[in-house]
Design a protein around this ligand. Sequence first.
Ligand code: HEC
Length: 173
Amino acid sequence: MTLVHVIERVTRAFRLPPLSQPVMLLALAFLVTACSDDSQERRRSLGDAPSFGDFMRVADAGRGARLFGQCAACHTVRMGAGDRNGPGLYDVVGKPVASRSRRFGYTGALRSAGGVWTPERLNAWLAAPAKFAPGTSMSFRGVPDPLDRADIVAYMQAQSVEAGGAEALSSRP
Ligand code: HEC
């Protein structure tokens, strides 16, 4: 018996108007999506003053994939997918800053930041790009929520050579 049949039975048994069927389906769909996001639970599990490491320990790359939607206007993250307004980000975690794309014209602001994209530095960059590299061309105000940032970093980590690259997750922008 399918879900639709169950709902039909319930509406008949309780003599509910036929319109309540789509409404019930919608409510169910909403419940399912709400329950599949356990971010509130993860936040609670971390206690009062979680560090970035704590956030990374509970990070969810699958949710990060959805949150990456806000980056996808400017970035791809698949192997060989190329640049948009921003450089392609495949395999960016652990790599030198301003090096992922050979064709992209990085600003001096970002290049002079130097070093490698550790998860910690990506966290700082994503919190406030203009603070991390004043003068950067990444015109994006940042991701204010630390758990959101950890999830996005975990997602980018999964999009890497070590993680199996293109096969790591199916729902990528
Ligand atoms: C409006 C366009 C835009 C959006 C939205 C945007 N970026 Fe960027 N991003 C850029 C540009 C442009 C650069 C290059 C900055 C520079 O050279 O100063 C960049 C650079 C980066 C880099 C450095 C890449 C390297 O090779 O060193 C990372 C990592 C990055 N962005 C991640 C993100 C993530 C994650 C998001 C979403 C949370 C995001 N960006 C949202 C435009 C954008």
